[in-house]
Design a binder for this molecule. Structure first.
Ligand code: NAD
Length: 491
């Protein structure tokens, strides 16, 4: 639990670009504490002049940062990581205030991985390499170079504001690019703090932050100085970013959410699965693009699993950041609360709410841990990303207890893949062969076996289909932020 939970809220946030704070021409965005629904500060609603100024700083900085050695970039990122770690309490307090996340979980589950991810990319900067060099034609030598792309425009979401900023900037900076980043309108605070912290170790203008709304985001991704644009957010936003980028063929990097299927077979450890699904379904109030929310249960374990999940849901506490028992806090905004409760309010007659399905009394955007059974594959609670603490459970094979194990497996794979998303999934079974067969057949960028949700910096995070393209984390992400050049020389 962090000790410095009393860091006072700033009265007014400012943009950070060109190495300094800048008041916006318009201070106009309310920033709300979602645990109380009270406005606690304001942030600039940046417009073209501010976006231009940030890009001009980033373009200038690229002349310096783009020519640093990998060792210099590594050292800068390590210093940023060390300083973030040393100031963790301050960042935890600000992140919890701006998102309503539990203080203890933010300190244990978000800050340490964020620091570790920065350190991973610091090291990765040193090992980026061209894949081949040699004489592929008589009399000539060829080699490939990995080069930074230039200035990168990035847009982040509100579910993990600090961590998403780090997933975006760390590979971009490690590869030698400079950045203009727009955080989500509701959660600008820690990204601005990060920019100021990082500025001590980076040439002026290397990492710039402008706050604002979707319109500001559109200005960031359509700016002519950006050579690559990257967004984590909704499918709608991703499509708009890809369309904007098409106008001058910018490179695009998209992480657009998911609807993770969780396949629980008859031979799975149901108790362990229920505990893990509860944790991975309600973590961060279910506002996680890999959340374990679409459970597909084999006929033999369906009823037991529904009962276990409902019991776990009833034992799961939601509360304000200071509540040490809270597994999760409020939803991010009044709009997100409306969206989540709307899904439950519109449930069809075939659905049954096994636990939750309501808003607790009191202020803030809280929603109770919810389990819904009886849904059919086409129901919107199954097809659409709810992004809230709602777990749905369906039978792998509806109404046919006599199906063979092979039929159940084949049907489960079809059902799991019957989605426009393709980010994450998990399979629960004691049969090693089945675990591997099903993993091979699932159309998702990540498959977990007998677990759900852990991430490591070394492994890629990114989806297929409408979940987008491009990878976060890992060497794949670093490569995404580079361009490949072939140099050929006559001998
Ligand atoms: P959103 O996609 O509108 O917002 C995410 C970020 O994108 C914000 O910074 C926003 O200002 C920016 N943005 C939106 N439209 C843009 C555009 N055309 N050009 C540039 N930037 C743009 O998300 P939302 O409306 O806040 O949330 C809606 C749903 O999106 C959620 O319920 C959830 O399903 C999904 N979502 C997914 C993730 C994820 O991790 N993939 C994160 C947040 C939201």
């Amino acid at each position: 639990m962090p000790t410095d939970t009393t860091t006072s809220a700033p009265q007014q946030l400012r943009n950070f670009y060109a190495g300094d704070w800048h008041a916006g021409a318009d201070a106009g965005m309310d920033v709300v504490d979602p645990a109380t629904a009270q406005v606690y500060t304001h942030a600039p609603l940046s417009r073209q002049a501010e976006v231009d100024a940030a890009y001009s700083a980033a373009a200038k900085a690229f002349d310096t940062w783009g020519h640093t050695t990998p060792a210099e970039r590594q050292l800068a990122l390590l210093k940023i990581a060390d300083t973030l770690e040393a100031r963790a309490d301050e960042f935890v307090a600000a992140e919890s205030r701006n998102t309503g996340k539990p203080l203890g979980l933010t300190a244990s589950e978000e800050l340490p991985p964020a620091v570790d991810q920065l350190r991973f990319f610091a090291g990765a900067a040193r090992v980026l390499e061209g894949k081949s060099a040699g004489e592929y034609m008589a009399g000539f030598t060829s080699y490939t170079r990995r080069e930074p792309i230039g200035v990168v425009g990035q847009v982040t979401p509100w579910n993990y504001p600090l961590m998403m900023a780090i997933w975006k900037i760390a590979p971009a900076l490690a590869a030698g690019n400079t950045v203009v980043l727009k955080p989500a309108e509701t959660t600008p605070e820690t990204t601005l703090l990060l920019a100021e912290l990082a500025a001590e170790f980076l040439p002026e203008g290397t990492f710039n932050v402008v706050t604002g709304d979707r319109e500001t985001g559109a200005m960031v991704v359509s700016h002519p100085a950006a050579k690559l644009v990257s967004i984590t957010g909704s499918v709608r936003a991703g499509m708009q970013v890809a369309q904007a980028a098409a106008a001058d063929l910018k490179r695009v990097h998209l992480e657009l959410g998911g609807k993770a299927p969780v396949l629980v077979f008859d031979d799975a450890d149901v108790v362990a699965a229920a505990a893990a699904i509860t944790e991975a379904g309600y973590f961060n109030a279910g506002q996680d693009c890999t959340a374990a929310t679409r459970v597909l249960a084999a006929p033999g374990v369906h009823d037991e699993l529904v009962a276990a999940l409902a019991e776990q849901a009833r034992g799961t506490v939601t509360g304000p950041p200071s509540d040490p028992d809270a597994a999760y806090g409020p939803l991010n905004s009044a709009a997100q609360l409306e969206k989540v409760s709307g899904f439950v309010d519109r449930l069809p007659d075939n659905a049954s709410v096994e636990a939750g399905g309501s808003r607790p009394d009191g202020p803030g955007f809280f929603y109770s841990p919810t389990v819904v059974s009886g849904l059919r594959s086409g129901d919107e609670a199954v097809t659409d990303e709810i992004f809230g603490p709602v777990i749905t459970v369906q039978k792998m094979v509806e109404g046919s207890a006599g199906s063979s194990a092979e039929e159940v497996e084949a049907q489960a794979i079809r059902q799991a893949n019957d989605t426009r998303y393709g980010l994450a999934s998990s399979v629960w079974t004691a049969d090693h062969g089945r675990a591997l067969r099903v993993s091979n057949a699932l159309n998702f960028g990540c498959v977990w076996i007998n677990t759900h949700i852990p991430l490591v910096a070394e492994m890629p995070h990114g989806g297929f289909g409408h979940s987008g393209y491009g990878k976060d984390l890992s060497m794949y992400s670093l490569e995404d932020y580079t361009r490949v050049k072939h140099v050929m020389s006559a001998l």
